[in-house]
Design a protein around this ligand. Structure first.
Ligand code: TRP
Length: 450
């Protein structure tokens, strides 16, 4: 086991890193659409409730495990429950983030490709739509971009916890907020934008269905990077004097704030162009380039500037998330397998790169190859988002709620009793971890299966 372990320099640095992991593609391409489809402000209310009663308890459970052991996911369960079957959670939580990283890196690559296009030529009105389909189904371009994105991720992780991950997040997070605010202000100022604002804020309780709750929970999981050990790993780099509760609330708060601003950056522009908002990659890679193209006819310089800012935002947001997935595996190989950081990074790069290549090709030449009726990319996404993440989250809360020694949990959560607010909230938080979260997770799981 490594003798010297690195730590984040401060509580703020830890929050920045975790918010960096949390804020990503999920905030930009999923949140605005899900909100609009499920009743606007009414859904945001549900999302908030889910965050407090479900996402936060899972976050806190992961953080308690990580910080109390200062270990990688695998080592953590070995220390807390030696010789028991729980150590297999460790294995699960090393594999899951690496599968997510493989396909996430393909999408990160697309955003590099579109950033490049914005810089060299901007999006011209005619033919801007449809270009996305052409790009992702080709072979060379997406593979070069995927490789570049993963190499950037690897380079940051290679720098280590403090001078790689912490430094990158500390620079990027404030920049991301500035960028997304600029884009939102511009978007809201477009003619006809108010329909988009309405789409997001007008509470329509009639659109809330039981499925909306499942969406809110699923979105909360993905957006806060829960259930796969990224929060556990980052928490293991937190110093003993930082507050776990404050870190959790801070991270969730930033994540929600960013998602809301991203909604105001995307939807008003979509409505201003008179388009029906769609979900997923199509929203940011098809609809928006089309809009930039339309704007470009009237104001080429402004259109190009905004598209550059927009895709730059996406690249940075995706990078701060991808490094958190990469680090889970890197920490494991360094601490449990005694590899040098350099070698660990090389091993993970190679494995995720190869799986990512298959994911990327599944939009083109490998499009007819199906696993369980899905393309490789969609299979990796569904396997992780619907199954492995939910399962991981369930195991985390069960472990902290029912298996881990109660005094260890209390002491970790309250810093040995030194934090009055955490002391006060310990009981209710434990109730959420032991009862509310496991029941809710099982319910989402069943809803997803149906
Ligand atoms: N939360 C990130 C987003 O919103 C993605 C992410 C990072 C993630 N790490 C994760 C998702 C771990 C699931 C699991 O885009």
């Amino acid at each position: 086991m490594a003798a010297q372990r690195e730590h984040f320099g401060s509580g703020m640095a830890a929050v920045m890193a975790m918010a960096g992991s949390a804020i990503g593609l999920g905030n930009i391409w999923r949140f605005p659409y899900v909100v609009g489809q499920n009743g606007g402000a009414a859904f945001i209310l549900v999302y908030l409730l889910c965050m407090v009663f479900l996402s936060l308890p899972i976050f806190l459970s992961e953080a308690i495990i990580g910080r109390s052991t200062h270990s990688s996911t695998f080592g953590a369960f070995g220390k807390l429950a030696p010789g028991s079957g729980w150590k297999w959670i460790g294995t699960l939580t090393i594999i899951t983030p690496l599968i997510i990283l493989s396909y996430y890196s393909v999408v990160g690559g697309w955003s590099i490709g579109f950033l490049y296009e914005s810089v060299v030529m901007g999006f011209s009105g005619a033919g801007a739509d449809g270009r996305f389909g052409g790009f992702i189904s080709s072979v060379g371009g997406p593979l070069v971009c995927h490789t570049l994105f993963l190499a950037l991720t690897a380079a940051i992780v290679l720098g280590g916890v403090k001078s790689g991950i912490e430094r990158f997040n500390k620079m990027s997070m404030p920049l991301l907020f500035v960028l997304i605010v600029i884009i939102a202000v511009y978007s809201i100022s477009l003619p006809g934008a108010s329909a988009g604002v309405k789409y997001l804020v007008k509470p329509d309780f009639s659109l809330l269905t039981p499925k909306s709750f499942a969406y809110a929970m699923g979105q909360g999981f993905f957006s806060l990077s829960l259930g796969v050990g990224t929060i556990l790993t980052y928490s293991s780099y937190m110093k003993k004097e930082e507050s776990i509760l404050r870190t959790g609330v801070g991270t969730a708060g930033f994540d929600l704030l960013f998602a809301l601003i991203a909604g105001f950056a995307v939807m008003p522009a979509v409505f201003s162009a008179g388009i029906e908002p769609g979900a997923g990659p199509g929203l940011i890679f098809e609809t928006l380039p089309y809009i930039f193209g339309k704007m470009g006819a009237a104001a080429p310089a402004a259109s190009r500037a905004v598209s550059i800012l927009f895709f730059l935002t996406i690249v940075i947001a995706a990078l701060t998330s991808s490094i958190s997935m990469f680090e889970v595996g890197a920490a494991y190989l360094v601490e449990e397998k005694g590899m040098s950081r350099r070698k660990a990074v090389a091993v993970i790069f190679t494995g995720t790169w190869a799986l990512g290549v298959l994911c990327s090709l599944s939009f083109g030449p490998l499009g007819d190859f199906h696993i369980a009726g899905k393309t490789i990319f969609n299979f990796c996404d569904a396997l992780t988002s619907n199954f492995l993440m939910t399962f991981g989250a369930l195991l985390f809360v069960l472990f902290v709620g029912w298996k881990m020694d109660r005094e260890t949990v209390r002491s970790e959560f309250t810093n040995g009793g030194a934090l009055p607010l955490s002391r006060l909230l310990f009981k209710p938080v434990m109730f959420l971890i032991r009862w509310v979260a496991p029941v809710a997770i099982v319910l989402i799981f069943i809803t997803n299966l149906l």
